[in-house]
Design a protein around this ligand. Sequence first.
Ligand code: SAM
Length: 196
Amino acid sequence: MSFDPLHDIPLLRGPVPLTHLVLRHFVRSGDSAVDATCGNGNDTLLLAELVGPTGRVWAFDIQQEAMESTARNLAANGLPDRVTLVAQGHETLAGQVNTPLNAVVFNLGYLPGGDRGIITRPETTGAALEQALGLLAPGGIVALTVYPGHGGGDAERRLAEGWAAKLHAPLFHAWRMGQINVTADAPYVILVQKGA
Ligand SMILES: C[S@@+](CC[C@H](N)C(=O)[O-])C[C@H]1O[C@@H](n2cnc3c(N)ncnc32)[C@H](O)[C@@H]1O
């Protein structure tokens, strides 16, 4: 088979491929993971693939449209059995999940193709981030994609950066990963790993 650079090299176009690269490295078969903002289910689908048949994924969203979209995405790929869909805010995380988590993924902002008025909010995002930290297994990661460019996005950027910057090293390793040759308000990733 010939090598096709457009399809065989994953392109780091925006924060989602970067987050997926990290998830592919850290999430293993049998793991437990949470998609805190499942939307159209693209991160949920990757997590479901990575945890394998013996792992578990919980996928949260407050919109019925997102639940349906994620369910369709999983069904189309034959993976619905590994995922528990939770039609509630991620601020209820600790009440829904009581197992150590290897990965928790937040993709902030609004549902692509949906109602742009329904966005993640600093108060609920902050509560969910604290709960995610409390559930993280040693070596587990929180991957948070921040979109400062939309209305309300700057408040979430401040919340996310303030939260991550205060975490004590080496109990947690907190990173900010952003593309440098784009506008200053382009989306970027905050990555937190719990020390072993
Ligand atoms: C950027 S989208 C997520 C995209 C998704 N990761 C995907 O692959 O399509 C953000 C999602 O967060 C959801 N959301 C907003 N507030 C929420 C909350 N408190 N808990 C859970 N989800 C929330 C929105 O409904 C929206 O679907």
